[in-house]
Design a protein around this ligand. Structure first.
Ligand code: FE2
Ligand code: FE2
Length: 360
């Protein structure tokens, strides 16, 4: 078949590309490949991307069983980092839940200490089942892991966890490893000791430095901070705004913010809490960032692409909506709110001016 090249006008007046064939083109492309080159014509030109991954739901019961099994099969040393990760079944290039972020669950048994380390990845913990005797230490600050607290571990801050209670503690982890790997900037360093020192501050003191007021005798805080967002503060905001119209696409979705900038909690991903009021059904939309959801309260369904994900709290199903996939949420309970914790990779897209959204 003739595909391109210089040609001649034939006897019918048609322009005929006579001297280049698909075989010749393939051979040339092969030749370019050997020279570590390619033709610009070889780059696919699609009008828009396909969704980055597939929608998927992880039922709590299945995940918790695997977590218990991890306690049996992991050594004591490894067990203290007993973290199971949600990998998108589409097998994304950097094995994320969505393109930029990997979410998972971590469990610590009573009296365990997870060894300290630091890395270039940014991370958060959202505590599902906490305790008054469990804390994360981030850059020498003791941050208590109470139920439904959100704790930040910004890039390159030393961190470890200590559970001095008598029960298991479980939290949701989110980390931007897939993004960091995609730009080949992963650096990792173990702490030289079993645990890092604690300078005496606890989460109450840390929060008092970044809220409505701050100490006059200290320099103003700046940069990344180890912060705890306590559930009580978030819940008060949810209650205050529950009666407002909210978003057509997300109901009452409140973004956690960096108190110093008003921007997202971390440079590469955002955290939010989303309330769907009794019976609320959102309109369909899609956007260039993906999102991972964990169900905190209630039950409902999310239509994502051609899949219907039925979710419920129990101790919490988790599900993923990949970027550029149409989706809409529905609270199936006519009498009670549904509540979701959400992680998305919008900040990376925003930094590159690639955020795009379309309503269905
Ligand atoms: Fe870490
Ligand atoms: Fe959305």
């Amino acid at each position: 078949m003739v595909v391109h090249g210089t040609g001649n006008i034939d006897q019918q007046g048609e322009f005929v590309l006579a001297d280049r064939t698909e075989d010749e083109l393939a051979a040339f492309e092969h030749e370019l490949d050997h020279a570590s080159m390619m033709g610009e014509w070889q780059v696919p030109r699609k009008p828009e991307p396909d969704p980055g991954g597939v929608p998927h739901l992880w039922k709590w019961g299945m995940v918790y069983d695997k977590m218990l099994k991890a306690s049996d099969v992991l050594s004591l040393e490894m067990g203290a980092r007993r973290s199971l990760l949600f990998i998108n079944p589409a097998e994304l290039p950097n094995r994320g839940s969505i393109l930029g972020v990997r979410v998972g669950l971590q469990m610590m048994n009573a009296s365990e200490i997870a060894f300290p380390h630091r890395h270039t990845m940014a991370a958060i913990r959202f505590v599902l089942k906490g305790s008054a005797h469990t804390y994360t230490v981030v850059n020498d600050q003791k941050l208590y892991m109470e139920d439904w607290s959100l704790i930040l571990t910004p890039p390159q801050m030393w961190h470890h966890h200590e559970n001095h209670g008598s029960d298991k503690v479980i939290w949701l982890d989110a980390i931007d490893t897939p993004f960091v790997n995609s730009v080949n900037a992963l650096f990792y360093e173990p702490y030289p000791d079993d645990r890092e020192p604690i300078v005496g501050r606890d989460s109450a003191e840390v929060n008092a430095r970044v809220g409505w007021v701050r100490p006059s005798w200290e320099p103003a805080p700046e940069g990344d901070l180890p912060i705890v967002y306590r559930w009580g503060d978030t819940e008060r905001a949810l209650k205050a705004l529950a009666g407002t119209p909210g978003s057509l696409y997300d109901g009452i979705l409140l973004k956690y913010v960096n108190p110093l900038t008003g921007g997202p909690v971390l440079p590469t991903f955002s955290c939010s809490v989303q309330m769907l009021r009794p019976g609320e059904k959102t309109r369909s939309h899609r956007h260039t960032f993906g999102a991972v959801y964990h169900v905190l309260r209630g039950h409902g369904s999310t239509q994502a692409g051609d899949m219907t994900l039925d979710w419920e709290a129990g101790a919490g199903d988790s599900f993923v909506v990949p970027n550029w996939a149409w989706h809409a949420h529905r609270n199936l309970n006519p009498d009670q709110d549904a509540l979701l914790f959400v992680v998305d990779d919008e900040p990376v897209l925003t930094a590159a001016r690639l955020t795009r959204e379309e309503s269905g």
